[in-house]
Design a protein around this ligand. Structure first.
Ligand code: UTP
Length: 490
């Protein structure tokens, strides 16, 4: 049993920390106020130091190899339902999904606890502007989709509740933002926020916990895979069950084109041939062999996502006789997850109370230099964050289906700051939004201006309240033509 830590008694703290090689976190103890000491001691108490030491040995001092698959695994491309509806009845599946939504059995679930360090935005990523013309934040795009889906499907009075996972680092700022924006037109009662867990950020190579301040250990959220455990621990799972929700439509916060509630996908997940209704996924065909996205495979017969860095190069590059990639199905981190499945994974009988395997992510983490006491903003990766990934729950399902979709229709994530040649940035997101809107408008008979390079010569931002899919633009007021150089929000 680790000794009880008493903030006023350093003798109980020091030996335990020294024993696990983390004594340096007390380096500035003498300079701390009583309040700061109590807070630091509380932080230390909340960390499972024994468990952490094991994780540091496995993931920080050593770099784990072959990832989820393991060297001797039988890896094959995962089958998927094609976008054109080959082999299944799209209309029937969409109708079944719509019926579940209408009956109040579907909730939206957004993971928004990440730190957005690649984007370099100092705030919850959901507050970041994704509407090039309106200046609308990411949260607004998702909220408007939910409102639109509610109006369309919930004619009997049901609602689509929205569960939003934050982290202790961005929770208060997220809730404040929603209050400031009057919950984007949704009922406050139907938007639930809950916090995920955290892990100490660890110095690369040594595995020592970094200090964010002299009296504060640097913490990072425990990955989107922490969501299953957090759903249970926060009481959100109980809330879902008491509302009669059966399926969670899981999306990330960084993609303003995401189909937050998609009847076809929900129908296939719940009723599609070969689906257990436990956890389903969407994919887009990879743009090229080296694209840095996880790939849907079967590993020893079970549907899984293998990270791009873990998929052997010869498999990434393998081609079918027609020249297409064999391992084609790139993950876009969109899932539907059964509430019963989450309950079973997070109950005693499940995988460690919903704990999924840890992955190592190398990141830049500001820290206090132990020698100088100065806070340092590193210019290159200096830390390992331990994170769990939600897709590691897929192989735990009895069976799991994958649905193909079209990149331009629903995938324009904002991950990186805009710069020439950089993908997944605010700039590339605006371009994809314009491409999709142009495609839909043309389908509704509107003329779009193109430049010499064949790119739309305009910027168009489309609210989900106006159109969630192409056909929606065929009703209501749609312009006959967009002038060259125009910036249009509709
Ligand atoms: P990313 O993997 O893009 O991470 O998250 P990130 O933290 O947003 O950005 P970087 O890597 O620091 O640049 C994908 C989705 O998962 C959520 C994010 O908010 C985003 O919606 N996420 C990620 C969490 O909710 N919690 C986490 O611990 C990590």
């Amino acid at each position: 049993m680790p000794p009880t830590l008493n903030p006023t008694d350093l003798s109980s703290l020091r030996p335990r920390l020294d024993e696990v090689g983390q004594g340096h976190v007390l380096a500035f103890w003498d300079q701390l106020s009583e309040l700061q000491r109590a807070a630091l001691a509380e932080q230390i108490r909340s960390i499972d130091l024994g468990g952490l030491t094991r994780l540091i040995d496995e993931h920080v001092r050593a770099k784990p190899g072959a990832g989820a698959a393991g060297p001797a695994a039988d890896i094959r491309p995962a089958p998927f339902f094609s976008r054109d509806g080959r082999g299944y009845d799209r209309a029937a599946m969409a109708a079944k999904g719509a019926e579940l939504i209408r009956a109040g059995k579907v909730a939206a679930f957004t993971v928004a606890g990440g730190q957005g360090s690649r984007l370099g935005y100092d705030g919850p990523k959901g507050c970041f502007v994704a509407g090039a013309i309106t200046g609308k934040p990411l949260f607004a795009f998702l909220a408007e989709w939910i409102l639109a889906a509610q109006r369309r499907h919930c004619t009997g009075g049901a609602v689509i509740p929205w569960y939003i996972m934050t982290s202790p680092i961005n929770h208060a700022a997220t809730v404040d933002f929603f209050r400031k924006h009057a919950f984007f037109g949704l009922r406050e009662h139907d938007v639930m926020f809950f916090q995920q867990g955290v892990m100490p950020s660890l110095e690369m190579g040594t595995g020592r916990m970094l200090l964010n301040q002299k009296g504060e250990i640097a913490l990072n959220p425990d990955g989107h895979g922490g969501s299953l455990r957090a759903l249970k621990a926060s009481g959100a799972l109980d809330d879902l069950e008491s509302r009669g929700v059966e399926h969670l439509s899981y999306t990330q916060i960084d993609n303003p084109l995401v189909r937050v509630i998609d009847p076809l996908f929900i129908g296939l997940h719940a009723f599609g041939p070969g689906s257990s209704g436990q956890m389903s996924s969407k994919m887009v065909p990879k743009a090229h062999a080296g694209e840095k996205v996880g790939v849907f495979c079967t590993v020893n017969g079970r549907t899984s996502v293998i990270e791009y860095s873990d998929l052997p190069a010869e498999l990434s590059a393998a081609k079918n006789p027609d020249g297409s990639l064999k391992f084609l199905a790139g993950s876009i981190a969109v899932h539907v997850i059964g509430v019963k499945f989450i309950r079973s994974l997070t109950s005693g009988a499940g995988a460690g109370g919903g704990a999924l395997p840890w992955h190592r992510a190398e990141k830049k983490v500001p820290f206090v230099d132990l020698k100088t006491g100065q806070r340092v903003e590193p210019s290159s990766n200096n830390a390992v964050k331990l994170e769990a990934f939600v897709f590691d729950a897929i192989p735990l399902a009895e069976s799991s289906i994958v649905l193909e979709t079209d990149r331009i229709e629903e995938f324009a994530p904002i991950k990186n700051a805009s710069a020439p040649g950089v993908a997944d940035s605010p700039d590339t997101c605006t371009v994809i939004q314009t491409h999709r809107a142009a495609r839909w408008l043309e389908g509704a008979g509107c003329r779009i201006p193109y430049n010499a390079a064949g790119e739309p010569d305009c910027v168009i931002e489309l609210s989900p309240l106006r159109a969630c899919e192409a056909g929606d633009l065929k009703t209501g007021e749609t312009p006959k033509a967009i002038p060259a150089g125009a910036r249009v929000a509709m």
